[in-house]
Design a protein around this ligand. Structure first.
Ligand SMILES: NC(=O)c1ccc[n+]([C@@H]2O[C@H](COP(=O)([O-])OP(=O)(O)OC[C@H]3O[C@@H](n4cnc5c(N)ncnc54)[C@H](O)[C@@H]3O)[C@@H](O)[C@H]2O)c1
Length: 121
């Protein structure tokens, strides 16, 4: 970043912060594993996936739909996005697909959240 110098003290501080977060995440993970804690349910939650027409986005959308999420699918590629939507619906899931260029996401945010609220009602 401009204006910042990587001094040994700063590198040491960043390394300590990183070690702290890794240790915290590992501890929480081990605790959850042994305590058998339940995962948060996403049933009925609205889940926004960007790039939902792509390989990762599609698989993620299908899995989260099977877990009960209501999917909002954003992709610039309408045809691919509609294929994902069709797969979700064929599996009994609920989803709403939009052709969106995330580079201009600010234009869509208001529309989507307004829409998402109406879906929740
Ligand atoms: N597939 C892998 O194994 C893998 C591994 C590591 C990282 N990645 C990265 O993860 C990301 C997704 O991977 P993938 O395999 O699903 O890629 P993909 O190309 O199959 O999917 C990307 C999707 O994003 C959409 N997209 C692109 N630009 C967009 C925009 N401006 N607005 C809205 N949608 C847009 C495309 O239309 C496409 O459907 C990529 O950045 C990829 O480099 C993938």
């Amino acid at each position: 970043m401009s204006g910042e110098v990587d001094t040994p003290a700063r590198i040491f501080k960043d390394a300590m912060i990183m070690i702290y977060h890794v240790f915290r995440a590992l501890t929480a993970s081990v605790y959850r594993f042994f305590s058998g804690g339940e995962l948060k349910s996403i049933k009925g939650d609205i889940v926004l996936i960007t790039g939902s027409g792509g390989e990762i986005g599609r698989q993620l959308s299908l899995v989260l739909s099977k877990l009960g999420g209501i999917l909002v699918l954003w992709d610039i590629n309408t045809a691919r996005n509609e294929e994902t939507a069709a797969l979700i619906k064929a599996n009994g899931g609920e989803c709403y697909s939009f052709t969106v260029d995330v580079r201009y996401v600010y234009i869509y945010v208001i529309h989507v959240f307004t829409y998402a609220e109406s879906v929740h009602m």
